[in-house]
Ligand binder design. Sequence first.
Ligand SMILES: [Fe+2]
Ligand SMILES: [Fe+2]
Length: 188
Amino acid sequence: MALHSSDSRARLIGVLRSACSGELAAGYAYRGHGKSVSSSEVRERIRIIEGEEWHHRTLVQGLLAELGAAPSSTREALFWLIGKTIGTFCRVGGFFIPMYGAGLLEQSNIREYEEAAVLARDAGLTGMIDCLLTMAEVEWEHERFFREQIVGHWMLRIFPLWKAPPPKETIRASYPREAAAVTLAAIG
Ligand SMILES: [Fe+2]
Ligand SMILES: [Fe+2]
């Protein structure tokens, strides 16, 4: 049964509020995670990922404001605590667990922004779709990075590797207009 567009809008606000707090936790978690790794190359990549999460948070805050909504203060406080706790744990959690946890988190972030894009389309908020799909694509790159860090690690015998997400191109596959806009931008 098709959802009424106002239902989609309300659900979109819910997903964005969740994403907003999730980005806050991710930002602080990666700040600690980055400091915990010994490889300067990996540390630099995590530092860039952290910056991308803060950027996402700004974008999501903007989308919420466009919808006349705001983040949940309770959720923000909770996820601030979660992010700080994970960031601290990363300093003592070794190499594998923080990388594994990050990859799992990124996998769900891809889906979260894909779901938001579907809801934006259903709500008639087509102007938000490209931003949401771009964030899903960035999360796809994050997931790949963290998965690649642990491929072949012995602890995968205890913690099985999650299923890799479908190819990145599939994120835009059902949005022909937005995909065309990206192609034109790339040509231009
Ligand atoms: Fe993000
Ligand atoms: Fe991410």
